[in-house]
Design a protein around this ligand. Structure first.
Ligand code: HEM
Length: 583
């Protein structure tokens, strides 16, 4: 038989085609099957959660609003540690104080990184900001710089400024309460914002803020607003396909916009550092007294003496991180405090009783009174617990190694979210969790009080009623594992470096406000008419704006407030106000 060339060729090519076909199929299927089996393994071994769809995860069922509430509900369905999937990215959400403590504090060597954020971290900030730094050398350089300027000794230097600004705020509130305008019951939150912004700017740069209309503040809010937009899950495709970050700017307008904003922010940060550098140079040339102590000044002095391995751009991000992380958070806590006081009048009275007994009305409280005001210190803690500003624990953590906990696998690269809403309102630890009740923390605070240590009814009784009781049994839950008694400042090596600064601010401002004013429901409303769950959306939360009546307790206190204001202005004179010179 003759060899049939065309048929043989055909059979050869069809074999070739089919083997190519099979090769291609195998080339596609192998990684696909590998990925699917790996994901299946993760789903089986990791903490349980809502069933994910391959490659899509739980994306479609993730809540668009108040995720902390849905997560709290899911923790009741799936347990205090459950997994959610955004595409193939796993996030373990923790709702129990002990579990968060075990993972993020005790094993913090493994759980202190941050998940990758391409749009915000890599494109906008070029990894300059500590907030997005993965755990490692670059993060530790920045963290050490922050710590150096926030030591207990440095915090003492900032206290006169915190007192002075709190005095200024009291006077501004008094003036607002005396205005005939109908807005007076609403606009106090703007005063709070100026107050915290000024403290943060004094601490960071040694310059105060007199108005929220200062150019520098408007610009900072713009930066914060822009970065918040980048952080919305699903807003940028580059988060799911990081290779897109290499597309040239001319082909990717979204990228050009992010980079443009990043350059503006970095330039503004450097200008602020330059301003302090010039302040220092001018003072030296004129042989003047020291300029105010500030974080930037301390860092620049340190830079003169030792090597600080950061570029000018990255160095400028260190003080700049204070405004983004510290101003809105503290003001929001103050707004929650007002909501708590308006809706819990007995607690307000109790705090006033302690202040009146300890201080009287001839002067307002100062930091020197802090050891003698345990109820007030407990009240500050209760504000932070009752409505945690960083409701989902702030920037999430990420793991840098595989781990097992309670029989569940937590693979390297998992995002860990501490749902502070569920943690701080966990009934086992805080019975009647939505009740604002500082006495929960009183025993803890009393332990720190050597003077009154053995005297439970320590407070002078002013009106014939019994003194304060230590945490009553019905409010005593399981002891929170952290020494602070709550986790509103986060955990482990990533815990908020500004926690003590913020606690000091909250202590002094609430002490002065409660000493001077009554916080009452607006005319025609009762405490129970207020919705204590009406909160804003976003990364950091605060009560939705509400009207209330802030009323001076009595005329004698006005004299004290006026005197305090003069002292405050004398102190704050050294911090020149930010006008148009920067930004
Ligand atoms: C009531 C006020 C505040 C609250 C509730 C708060 C809360 C938090 C939380 C929950 C975190 C994340 C912690 C973690 O990842 O475990 C954080 C991080 C941070 N906070 Fe605060 N904070 C407040 C005020 C401040 C202040 C005043 C400053 C500045 C001095 C500040 C600077 C920072 C910085 C720089 C980080 C990032 C730390 C890092 O990633 O290593 N915060 N804060």
């Amino acid at each position: 038989m003759l060899f049939n060339v065309p048929a043989a060729f055909e059979s050869f090519t069809s074999h070739l085609y089919s083997s190519w076909f099979y090769l291609i199929i195998i080339a596609i299927l192998t990684p696909l099957l590998y990925t699917l089996s790996y994901d299946l393994l993760r789903v089986l071994l990791m903490p349980p959660g809502p069933l994910p769809i391959p490659f899509v995860g739980n994306t479609s069922m993730l809540p668009k609003t108040s995720p902390w509430l849905t997560f709290q509900h899911w923790s009741q369905v799936y347990g205090p540690m459950f997994t959610i999937w955004q595409g193939r990215r796993a996030t373990v959400v923790v709702s129990d104080p002990q579990i968060t403590f075990d993972l993020l504090e005790k094993r913090s060597a493994k759980f202190s990184s941050r998940p990758r954020t391409v749009a915000m971290g890599e494109l906008l900030w070029e990894m300059g900001s500590i907030l997005v730094q993965p755990y490692g050398k670059e993060w530790s350089i920045r963290r050490k710089l922050l710590h150096a300027a926030l030591t207990p000794k440095a915090l003492r230097l900032y206290k006169p400024t915190q007192e002075a600004e709190a005095n200024r705020l009291c006077m501004q509130l008094l003036r607002l309460s005396e205005e005939p305008s109908g807005r007076t019951g609403w606009d106090w939150d703007r005063l709070f914002e100026r107050f915290t912004a000024s403290i943060v700017f004094c601490v960071a740069y040694g310059h105060r803020i007199d108005s929220l209309n200062a150019k520098i503040i408007r610009q900072r809010f713009e930066f914060m607003h822009f970065s918040a937009l980048l952080n919305v899950p699903g807003a940028y495709l580059v988060e799911s396909f990081p290779l897109l970050k290499y597309v040239p700017e001319c082909l990717a307008p979204w990228k050009a916009e992010i980079k443009r904003n990043g350059r503006r922010e970095a330039k503004a940060n450097m200008e602020l550092v330059d301003l302090v550098r010039k302040d220092m140079r001018r003072a030296k040339e004129k042989g003047e007294d020291q300029i105010p102590d500030s974080l930037t000044k301390m860092l620049l002095e340190m830079k003169e003496k030792e090597d600080v391995p950061l570029s000018d751009r990255n160095f400028a991000f260190v003080p700049a991180s204070l405004f983004g992380a510290g101003s809105d958070t503290t003001a929001s806590s103050m707004c929650s405090a007002v909501l708590a006081l308006v809706t819990h009048p007995a607690t307000l009275k109790q705090a006033q009783k302690e202040l009146d007994a300890t201080i009287g009305k001839e002067r307002s409280p100062t930091f020197a009174d802090e050891p003698n005001l345990p109820y007030l210190r407990a009240l500050v803690k209760e504000v932070l617990r009752w409505r945690p500003v960083a409701v989902l624990g702030g920037t999430p953590h990420a793991s840098t190694g595989n781990d097992w906990y309670l029989g569940k696998w937590i693979p390297k690269g998992t995002t860990i979210l501490g749902n502070n809403w569920a943690i701080n309102l966990n009934e086992e630890y805080y019975p009647e969790p939505h009740l604002f009740e500082p006495r929960r923390f009183l025993a803890l605070e009393m332990n720190k009080l050597s003077k009154f240590e053995a005297a439970p009814g320590y407070l002078p009784v002013t009106d014939g009623t019994a003194g304060f009781t230590i945490t009553p049994p019905e409010l005593t839950g399981k002891a929170h594992p952290s020494p602070k008694g709550h986790s509103s400042f986060g955990w482990g090596r990533r815990i908020c470096p500004g926690a003590d600064l913020a606690s000091n601010t909250l202590f002094i401002v609430l002490a002065k406000l409660i000493w001077a004013f009554d916080f009452l429901p607006a005319d025609g409303r009762k405490p129970e008419d207020y919705d204590i769950f009406a909160y804003t959306q976003g990364f950091n939360i605060r009560p939705q704006r509400f009207e209330c009546k802030i009323r001076l307790r009595d005329g004698d206190r006005k004299v004290v407030l006026n005197r305090d204001l003069q002292d405050a202005e004398a102190w704050l004179e050294r911090f020149s106000a930010f006008g148009e010179q920067a930004g």
